[in-house]
Design a protein around this ligand. Structure first.
Ligand SMILES: NC(=O)C1=CN([C@@H]2O[C@H](COP(=O)(O)OP(=O)(O)OC[C@H]3O[C@@H](n4cnc5c(N)ncnc54)[C@H](OP(=O)(O)O)[C@@H]3O)[C@@H](O)[C@H]2O)C=CC1
Ligand SMILES: O=C(O)C1=N[C@H](C(=O)O)C[C@H](O)C1
Length: 269
């Protein structure tokens, strides 16, 4: 086996997939083992370096995850919920570290991912950046310090191609706020206000989503009190922050036992 751990990038042609390919190729701690696209994609069989407009790198894009996983130690997956569930089962069979950045996962997807984590390392986070994971910690602390008279709202903005709302990050922040306050997010969540909504439900944790242009990702946690407001904010301007975090997670997971982990574990927060 090569000295450097081989990494598979799933969804290689996507916004994150392209960024991840570049990040792994530039790394001196990992090597690119394979690049996966869905069957029928016109990149299948072509060199991934050339697909991205550069020099060949000796890795052809494949639509066969089993073949790809056989030559690697980790798979980094920013795709769709359906694809991620499929990759989780195959990565667990191959005992690969599976780093999941995909958002919009429903309870039935999460149950399958948890089942796979009984056999292999899975690191999953709605946001892989250091800044957002620090913001999650701060949100939990601020929510714990304030009483329930302070209204909590999570406001997020993303590009016009994003398909899920609230964002995975907004949900991480909402969960942290709920945890800090000692309540259950599912009970207190309030999203998609429209029309005659009535007054704000006391103690609710609200979510608002903006979609437009090429916004990479912006998140505010607003604590609105009487006569004052606190805003915790993260602004992503470059997808490289997510790719760096994902590669860090893939390397971190190499010596861990099977289980479900997140970026808090990776970053030691
Ligand atoms: N956790 C984090 O830090 C971050 C998470 N994300 C999340 O990552 C996900 C992807 O985002 P983004 O890159 O913007 O989305 P894109 O739509 O640009 O990329 C998704 C890629 O996955 C591919 N794909 C879908 N199904 C399969 C399959 N079965 N096999 C192989 N490839 C497949 C798509 O191919 P095709 O185009 O042919 O459908 C596409 O290339 C989203 O859920 C997003 O929210 C994004 C940024 C950061
Ligand atoms: O789809 C995106 O682009 C992003 N998705 C993640 C999310 O849902 O929070 C992370 C980041 O904000 C970009």
């Amino acid at each position: 086996m090569d000295a450097l751990p081989g990494i598979v990038i799933a969804g290689a042609s996507g916004r994150m997939g392209r960024m991840l390919i570049g990040t792994v190729l530039a790394s001196d701690k990992a090597r690119l083992a394979a690049a996966i696209q869905r069957p029928g994609h016109d990149w299948i069989g072509r060199d991934i370096g050339e697909c991205l407009g550069g020099a060949p790198v000796g890795v052809k894009v494949t639509d066969d995850p089993l073949e790809a996983f056989a030559k690697a130690r980790a798979v980094i997956d920013f795709t769709t919920p359906a694809a991620t569930v499929e990759f989780a089962a195959l990565a667990a069979q191959a005992r690969l570290v599976h780093v999941i950045g995909t958002t919009g996962l429903e309870p039935e997807h999460l149950a399958k991912i948890d089942a796979a984590a009984r056999h292999a390392v899975i690191v999953r986070a709605g946001n892989m950046s250091l800044g957002v994971n620090l913001l999650v910690t701060l949100t939990r602390k601020v929510a714990a310090a304030l009483d329930a008279d302070w209204d909590i709202e999570v406001i997020e903005a993303h590009h016009n191609k994003k398909v899920d709302a609230p964002s995975g990050t907004a949900l991480m922040l909402g969960h942290a706020a709920a945890e800090g306050r000692g309540v259950d997010l599912d009970t207190m969540r309030d999203s998609g206000r429209d029309g005659i909504t009535g007054a704000r439900r006391p103690g609710a944790i609200g979510f608002s989503a903006i979609r437009g242009g090429d916004i990479v990702g912006e998140h505010d946690v607003l604590f609105a009190g009487t006569g004052e407001r606190i805003v915790l904010r993260h602004i992503a301007t470059d997808r490289a922050i997510f790719a760096r975090g994902a590669l860090k997670a893939a390397l971190w997971g190499q010596d861990k036992g099977p289980g479900a982990y997140d970026m808090m574990d990776v970053l030691g927060l």
